[in-house]
Design a protein around this ligand. Structure first.
Ligand code: FAD
Ligand code: ZN
Length: 468
């Protein structure tokens, strides 16, 4: 549908001066996504600075039958925020912290607040907002809830879905739903907020959120343990969880090749251990009780694991800077992988108990299909979420490798499906995984999703062509 000058003028009036971008150079960053896999087009970037202005823009577009793609920090990895005509609605100027209620352990924030700023605002109020991911310096809290973001603290605090008490949403017809309640108990019918979380901008535009806050950690300990195989990673995970209880806040797996890549390509990353090991676990314990001796707990569980052969070696960070160095290994794996040529990525989950079996089967499948393929697996093993990435064979042609993307997907996703897992654990569907949604979900489930979309957005105004 073409976008008329009349509509664009009406939007300009609705958002006021500074509320839109319509020149080529200014629009560019909104049309591409982080990995450069897609490039979109649109007539304008609307940047409203209030919920009422968002609603006005949506009403105008709905009346004209023009599509809107909501966009936050544009860090999504599945092409969900890339427009195909219509307009982009950026939430960047909806960036106020509306309210902090310390006694209720909640904070109401607008969708365009950067995640890192939300974390800082919580800390200033003496609390923790635990959502944490690699893109936290640029992703927005509205985008985090629209994608039900995960990250490294899910093990202890859950996904975005678990961190919310209320939402404010502009519906596809321009009405505003004010569900900004700060209630921990509210059994008054369907839980509508959960419908919008993870809906990737297809059912409504999230404009504000009531977040749950937690006591801030006052002590923390970080260790890197090394193991001979992935089975032992799971053994260690179970052991640490059983012995340290909810002090365990992160348990991330790193395979040897992933560590080698970061050492090779990322400045200030070194192998902290003397010899090579097949797998590593990055373990973090935290506690709000300043008297807790987490060091002792960590030392005792690692010493026992060393004694019975579960682990081969381990290092416990002795300073904040050593702790940061250990985290750098984990956080820079995707960046380091770029320097090794083409990579095909999978963000899957299986029941935690099946992680080792998944890694064996999927690695065998991938290498059998293309000998020399390098399996770079790492991730949130404590949640059963593995980033099962494949790097091209050394000296192979990157484009030829990437041309096999769908073949690799099929092998990895079929195994995931057989094991009762999910082909998209964290990053959502967007445009990248639409065909997989239809393939791997049951007809009933896809039908229910389509009915929900039809019920809320019968004219397909919000983010058409994404998710369902
Ligand atoms: P965008 O990319 O702008 O949008 C994502 C989707 O949400 C789009 O479909 C868009 O239309 C929709 N949307 C955005 N804002 C709204 C809104 N207010 N209302 C309705 N719909 C909206 N993800 C994880 O889950 N865990 C990770 O550990 C993780 N690590 C990452 C590391 C890096 C380096 C990068 C680049 C990305 C990572 N991601 C991760 C993916 C991404 O950061 C998350 O999906 C993030 O939540 C997206 O937020 P955003 O503001 O950038 O949203
Ligand atoms: Zn992740």
């Amino acid at each position: 549908m073409a976008v008329s000058e009349n509509l664009l003028d009406a939007i300009r009036k609705a958002v006021g001066p500074g509320g839109w971008i319509d020149d080529e150079v200014g629009m560019e960053p909104y049309l591409v996504e982080p990995r450069g896999l897609w490039r979109g087009t649109c007539a304008m970037i609307a940047r409203p600075d209030s919920t009422e202005a968002v609603a006005a823009v949506v009403r105008l577009c709905a009346e004209a039958g023009v599509a809107i793609v909501p966009q936050g920090g544009n860090t999504g990895l599945v092409g969900g925020g890339v427009p195909d005509g219509g307009i982009v609605l950026s939430t960047a100027r909806l960036n106020r912290i509306r309210d902090v209620d310390a006694a209720n352990h909640t904070m109401a924030v607008e969708a365009g607040c950067i995640l890192a700023e939300v974390q800082d605002a919580a800390l200033e109020a003496g609390a923790l907002f635990p959502l944490s991911l690699g893109a936290e310096g640029s992703c927005q809290i509205g985008g985090n809830f629209a994608t039900n973001a995960g990250g490294v603290a899910v093990l202890r605090y859950g996904n975005a879905r678990d961190l919310v008490l209320g939402l404010e949403v502009v519906l596809p017809d321009g009405r505003i739903w004010n569900g900004l309640r700060g209630l921990r108990k509210d059994n008054t019918g369907y839980d509508l907020k959960q419908l919008f979380i993870g809906s990737e901008g297809t059912l409504g535009i999230i404009t504000a959120i009531v977040l749950k806050l937690f006591p801030p950690p006052r002590v923390s300990e970080t260790a890197l343990a090394a193991m001979a195989d992935v089975e032992r990673v799971l053994t260690l995970f179970t052991r640490v969880r059983d012995e340290c209880g909810d002090a365990l806040s992160a348990f991330e797996m790193i395979s040897r090749i992933a560590l080698e890549f970061t050492v090779r390509h990322i400045p200030d990353v070194a192998d902290p251990l003397d010899s090579a090991h097949a797998y590593y676990a990055l373990i973090e314990l935290t506690s709000p009780r300043s008297g807790d001796n987490l060091r002792e707990s960590l030392e005792s569980v690692l010493a026992a694991a060393l004694e019975d052969g579960t682990i081969e070696d381990a290092v416990i960070a002795k300073s904040q800077s050593q702790c940061e160095s250990l985290w750098r290994i984990r956080e820079f794996i995707p960046e380091a992988q770029k320097s090794e040529g083409g990579s095909v990525k999978h963000d899957i989950s299986v029941p935690v108990s099946k992680v080792p079996e998944f890694i064996h089967r999927a690695s065998q499948g991938a290498v059998a299909m293309l000998p020399g393929t390098r399996v770079v697996s790492f991730g949130h093993v404590g949640d059963g979420n593995i980033h099962f990435n494949l790097s091209q064979p050394v000296d192979a042609d990157a484009d030829a490798f990437l041309a096999r993307w769908d073949d690799f997907n099929q092998i990895v996703f079929d195994i995931t499906f057989e094991m009762g897992g999910s082909f998209s654990a964290e990053h959502g569907i967007g445009q990248l995984k639409r065909k997989h949604l239809v393939h791997y979900k049951s007809e009933v489930e896809v039908d229910l999703m389509r009915r929900l979309k039809m019920a809320l957005d019968p004219d397909d105004i919000l983010n058409p062509g994404k998710l369902v």
